[in-house]
Write a protein that binds this ligand. Sequence first.
Ligand code: DX5
Ligand code: ZN
Length: 231
Amino acid sequence: MAYSDFSRAIKIAPSILSADFANFGAEIRAIEAQGADWVHVDVMDGHFVPNLTFGPPAVKAFRPHVETVMDVHLMIQPVDPYIDAFAEAGADILTAHVEAGPHIHRTLQAIRAAGMKAGVALNPGTPAEAVAHLLDLTDLVCVMTVNPGFGGQKFIDMTAKVRALRTMIGDRPVHIEIDGGVTPETAPLVAGAGADVLVAGSAVFKGGSVADPAPYGANIAAIRAAAGAAA
Ligand code: DX5
Ligand code: ZN
């Protein structure tokens, strides 16, 4: 499968930033077998954010292991020179930060022109209004609930921003994704405000491994149940 029809049902997108970096293929297969809806891939450049992860060749190597949706979150600056490489690598959704350059409108057009779904991410300090003129060009708005760069940080409450976005989006087919500090405790806050995609790294991978993946499933189910009760 790749990305199929739009739905506002809750989707859990484990971030492989919290996976075993020596074993990405098996980790991706394990989280999907344990109920992940999407696979979230965090690309960091050591410039836009103070950490480095991986680039297009690594993302291309992940692709054959992903049977759901490969959701690639770019925390890089600039974005435009790399769009074709991430399309080539097989990203289904490519998300760029509104703070990463002066021409996010052009960037979103280029992502769609390259055949991918286009996402736009907002840092905690950036208001919902920053995407007001982008909503017909985007398939997903990612609300960061931590300052990007690292997994395992404390959730920053962006409930009011999510609610404002949900109203602005109306009946457009645009997902609201939450990224950072999502746990069974924080998921209901954002799901209740209108988010439908929940990224979770540490809260999915904790307690499990490729050899013992059942905790991944229990963690995914706990986040889904908590969010579903509030959605
Ligand atoms: C943060 C990344 C997140 C991160 C989430 O910069 O964009 O996707 O991995 O990790 P947790 O769920 O541990 O906060
Ligand atoms: Zn992310």
